[in-house]
Design a protein. Structure first.
Length: 78
């Protein structure tokens, strides 16, 4: 059964909740992990805020990539 926008309609509402929480955790966790790692590297090399900014951008990119991959897998697109 197809939904209004072409996505598969989940049979179990818990599956949709799991997908939503996975997306949120990827989009929030990537930048947070990048910020913490970047701050730690800044303290080690005394180059504030170089690694912090790089870590945030890399975290946003990784979170976005992971989210796109997850949604494509969920919808069946490859």
């Amino acid at each position: 059964m197809m939904g209004a926008v072409g996505l598969k309609v989940p049979k179990n509402p818990l599956r949709a909740m799991a997908l939503t929480s996975a997306i949120v955790s990827q989009l929030a966790g990537g930048p947070l992990a990048g910020a913490f790692l970047g701050k730690w590297l800044d303290e080690q090399f005394a180059v504030q805020p170089l690694f912090l900014i790089m870590g945030i951008f890399l975290g946003v990119g990784a979170g976005t990539y992971g989210t796109i991959h997850l949604v494509r897998e969920y919808t069946g697109d490859e």
